[in-house]
Design a protein around this ligand. Structure first.
Ligand code: SF4
Ligand code: FES
Length: 282
């Protein structure tokens, strides 16, 4: 920003560019945990003729608890909502759903405490009170706006009529949705622990990318290095720490020779190193 010669303090206030610069109340409340669900209800209310106010507030005060559920009666049955913020609580909820202990039609997860109001784009708000004040401000802003439902946004209407055609059309899906997969942030980097001068040695690679690290890769790497050193196996093995192998959900991931081991344990390391050392001793 500085390199481009922009000084925020000198900028004249200006409105955002259209069409994205125009928001309805449903767009504004997205900033609060719970706001996405409420925007969904507002949208569904229009489609299903539900008897709920346009500024429906499903979960007015729940910030401190981090989880809240709600139900709404509709002509097609009860709609069950769950709203959670914080990934630990999201994980707990996902486990309950997996075990069949909970069921919801709409599940909203916000990674940051309280939603985007407690997210990285804001000055850090470490207290619940700060976040509650921001949430209240957002809810009051919604109440002051003249349009509360996304489907009534004239710019979005025009966009769908002239270009995207209908919600979830192929075009909308292609342009507005995304897909997630494990992705390495560092390309082809390795840290060698033993001199790799002998090509006949078995290559041991331990992924120490963030996900594998959090799942115990550091301990596995330490154990591998100690095992090789204690047994005098430096002539058999070449050990390296690698970065992400794009198997993050299956970590810690290690590669020993041709074997790729996911969810690797110390016992796996002992067993495979032992087998490989035996082959080389023979
Ligand atoms: S990560 Fe945080 S700031 Fe970003 S969209 Fe999610 S809740 Fe909002
Ligand atoms: S961190 Fe992605 S596979 Fe290890």
């Amino acid at each position: 920003i500085k390199e481009a010669g922009i000084n925020f303090a000198d900028l004249e206030p200006d409105s955002f560019d259209l069409p994205m610069g125009f928001a309805t109340g449903a767009g504004v409340i997205f900033g609060n945990s719970g706001g996405v669900s409420e925007a969904v209800v507002r949208y569904a209310a229009g489609k299903l003729n539900l008897d709920v106010p346009e500024t429906v507030d499903l979960m007015p005060t729940y910030l401190d608890k981090g989880f809240k559920s709600a139900e709404i009666d509709t002509p097609i049955g009860k709609l069950r909502f769950a709203v959670v913020h914080g990934l630990k609580r999201a994980h707990e909820l996902a486990e309950k759903i997996e075990k069949g202990e909970e069921y919801y039609d709409v599940i909203e997860v916000m990674a940051c405490p309280g939603g985007c109001i407690g997210g990285a784009g804001q000055p850090i708000a470490s207290s619940v009170q700060h976040r509650a004040t921001r949430a209240e401000t957002i809810n009051n802003t919604d109440k002051m706006m003249s349009i509360h439902r996304s489907q009534d946004n004239p710019y979005m209407k025009e966009l769908y009529e002239t270009f995207l055609k209908e919600p979830n059309s192929d075009k909308a899906h292609e342009l507005l949705h995304t897909h997630y997969h494990s992705r390495k942030r560092i390309e082809d980097e390795e840290i060698q622990f033993f001199d790799a001068s002998d090509d006949s040695r078995c290559k041991v690679k331990v992924c120490v990318g963030t996900s594998c690290f959090l799942r115990g890769a550091q301990e596995i790497l330490g154990h591998t290095l100690k095992t090789v050193a204690d047994n005098g196996w430096n002539r058999y093995f070449e050990v390296a720490a690698t970065f992400c192998t794009e198997n993050c959900d299956k970590g810690p991931t290690i590669t020993i020779g041709d074997q790729v081991v996911h969810k690797a344990t110390i016992a796996d390391v002992d067993r495979i190193l032992g087998e490989e050392a035996k082959k080389r001793e023979a």
